[in-house]
Write a protein that binds this ligand. Structure first.
Ligand code: NAG
Ligand code: NAG
Length: 594
């Protein structure tokens, strides 16, 4: 009982004391990590109220390969893909016991968009924030649902995520706090969530050859082969939550036949509402939209069309007015209309949106960091293959196989690929081999193709990261995900003349004052696209300690890792480090005995 009280105090600290020091954000190990309550409530989904104690929400995830009903193998969570929805109230403590039952594989679970206030070691990046979870062992994730909105979880590995390891996270708050509550009548959580993923014909997990040519063969909405159904009552408005859960470069265009959508949030953050017929979501992006059932009663198609690596693929769900007999629709294929492709100007995507409130104070002393991204051809020798990350459970398997596609080149940031550190950098910063680290902006000092690319945040204040997709070696756009923070996406641009733009060109344009920034109401996002032969500029205030990855998720299958660690120094208390699993030495008895 004492510990429950302590837990509540800490939660209160996080949520109400904006000026609290970092130390006070740091939960003591026994609060978050140990199961201190006998009455842990497993059904945290409930209407969220003011002035009630947050709950402790416990989920058990058994991750295991299995054959789905359609005979296609998948990696499932408790026999499901997508996995169980996590649906909690603001400030609840979420505990997820992730058990790895995937033979030969290490894994880690990332909570995409969750800020991990005070728990940077729960962010789920192997060798950066934690030791990977080896086969047969369990990692107990624990974090506070500190911001409301639509999020999702997925295995850190692009292959695991593509094979099915993902699910939704919805964090609700008391209704009166929802900024757009007046725009809709119903917010039914996962019942009105469309989580869309790209499916491959066979498991990607375990393949260590070059996967760059492997393309998905279908799109799945909520994992269904049968169509998802959204039931509506005529005249009422519904909040839908859209999640692009693809792990590859698979932008998704979505529309509801004959209905407008009012976009109210992107990546869990509220925006000025915008009405549209088409929304575009990049991999990892979320969007909340309101659809009013204001058409003639009947059944309507919700259509999803893939682009880039998913081009040619489509999927559909049904929007069904109550009382409508939709039997006939079940056997129907939604007829594709000609000229379906809408004009680019009429499509709403996250970076086009404006944050709900305008900012009044201009940023001062913004420090700029330039990241040039391109596909480069690099000469590798076989001996360059990086097999350092061996799972201790099965020493013969590489953890991060270096699938080098030398003919196509590899996607790099400032001429480097990311190297996962030899030990979790957050927990044991002094044990990371110094010669494996390269500093952002000083990459040329480092000889190897791969290095632990680190942007060390040394000063307080605002940082501006200009991601320039140079486009000399590729025509691809890339989607990036920032861990731990929402960034203001203050500019995005693509060269209309289709000419490459180097990092230096960008610098020059910037010096000449030619780069226009939205400093007033830039959308807050954790996932953003960097258009080919163009750039995206983000701003963050790195005020919370941690080793936060800025990663190109969508580069995963076609390149070596493409990422930078934003290192905001933080000494993790020894008590916490000691309470976390050690790399390789936390195998449970059944693995040792078999
Ligand atoms: C619904 O429509 C199907 C044919 O499309 C018909 O067989 C069925 O009887 C209808 N159901 C009701 C309740 O009207
Ligand atoms: C990019 O597209 C242009 C034409 O638009 C083509 O000439 C060029 O070969 C493409 N580059 C790559 C790397 O595919």
């Amino acid at each position: 009982m004492k510990l429950l009280v302590l837990c509540v105090i800490i939660v209160a600290n996080v949520s109400y004391n904006g000026k609290a020091s970092l130390e006070s954000f740091m939960p003591t190990a026994n609060v978050l990590l140990a199961d201190t309550t006998k009455n842990s409530d497993k059904s945290c989904q409930r209407p969220c109220k003011f002035n009630v104690k947050p709950r402790r929400c416990v989920y058990d995830f058994d991750i295991e390969p299995a054959i789905q009903e359609n005979d296609i193998p998948a990696i499932m969570i408790n026999g499901m893909t997508p996995g169980p929805p996590i649906h909690v109230c603001l400030n609840d403590v979420v505990i997820v016991k992730v058990k790895n039952k995937v033979p030969d594989q290490d894994l880690a679970m990332h909570w995409h968009g969750v800020e991990q206030k005070g728990t940077p070691y729960m962010d789920g990046v192997p060798m950066v924030t934690q030791c990977p979870v080896s086969y047969g062992s369990t990692y107990e994730y624990a974090f506070i649902a500190s911001t409301p909105g639509t999020f999702f979880y997925h295995s850190n590995s692009v292959a695991h995520q593509s094979d099915g390891v993902y699910g939704s996270i919805i964090v609700d708050q008391p209704q009166p706090l929802e900024p757009h509550v007046s725009l809709y009548d119903y917010d039914r959580g996962e019942e009105n969530t469309l989580m869309i993923a790209a499916k491959f014909p066979s498991l990607l997990t375990g393949i260590i050859e070059d996967l760059s040519q492997v393309l998905p063969t279908s799109l799945a909405i909520n994992g269904n082969e049968d169509r998802s159904k959204l039931f509506v009552i005529p005249g009422y408005a519904y909040r839908l939550r859209l999640i692009n859960a693809a792990a590859i470069e698979c932008p998704l265009l979505l529309n509801v036949d004959r209905h407008d959508m009012m976009v109210i949030a992107t990546d869990g953050k509220p925006v000025k509402p915008v009405s549209t017929r088409h929304v575009l979501l990049y991999p990892g992006e979320r969007m909340d939209v309101v659809v009013r059932a204001d058409q003639e009663a009947g059944g309507y198609w919700v259509r999803v069309h893939g682009r880039d690596k998913c081009s040619g693929l489509s999927a559909s769900a049904m929007l069904l007015y109550s009382g409508f007999n939709y039997t006939a629709m079940l056997d129907e294929e939604p007829k594709t209309k000609n000229n379906l492709e809408p004009g680019a100007a009429s499509i709403i995507y996250g970076q086009k949106l404006q944050y709900l409130r305008d900012s009044t104070n201009a940023a001062e002393n913004v420090k700029s960091v330039y990241l040039g991204i391109d596909r480069n051809t690099v000469k590798f020798k076989d001996s360059d293959n990086d097999y350092r990350y061996l799972s201790d459970a099965l020493p013969t398997k590489p953890f991060y196989p270096a699938e080098l596609s030398t003919s196509n080149g590899v996607i790099q940031i400032n001429g480097k690929n990311f190297l996962y550190p030899n030990t979790p950098m957050l927990l044991k910063p002094m044990d990371v081999k110094p010669d494996s680290i390269c500093k952002v902006g000083e990459e040329e000092k480092h000889k190897q193709t791969q290095c632990v690319q680190v942007l060390k945040v040394e000063d307080k204040g605002e940082y501006e990261l200009a991601l320039v997709n140079e486009g000399f070696g590729s025509n691809d756009s890339y989607t990036f995900h920032l861990h731990g923070y929402s960034a203001e996406v203050i500019a995005t641009w693509q060269n209309p003349n289709n000419l490459p733009i180097s990092r230096e060109d960008f610098h020059k344009l910037d010096k000449e004052g030619k780069i226009i920034r939205n400093e007033r109401n830039a959308p807050l996002k954790d996932t953003f696209t960097v258009p080919n032969k163009g750039f995206t500029i983000i701003r963050i205030q790195p005020d919370r300690g941690g080793t936060w990855l800025l990663e190109c998720r969508s580069c995963g299958l076609s390149s070596l890792p493409v990422a930078v660690i934003i290192n905001v120094p933080l000494a993790i208390p020894k008590l916490v480090v000691d309470s976390l699993p050690k790399c390789g030495n936390y195998k449970p008895a059944d693995v040792l005995l078999n």
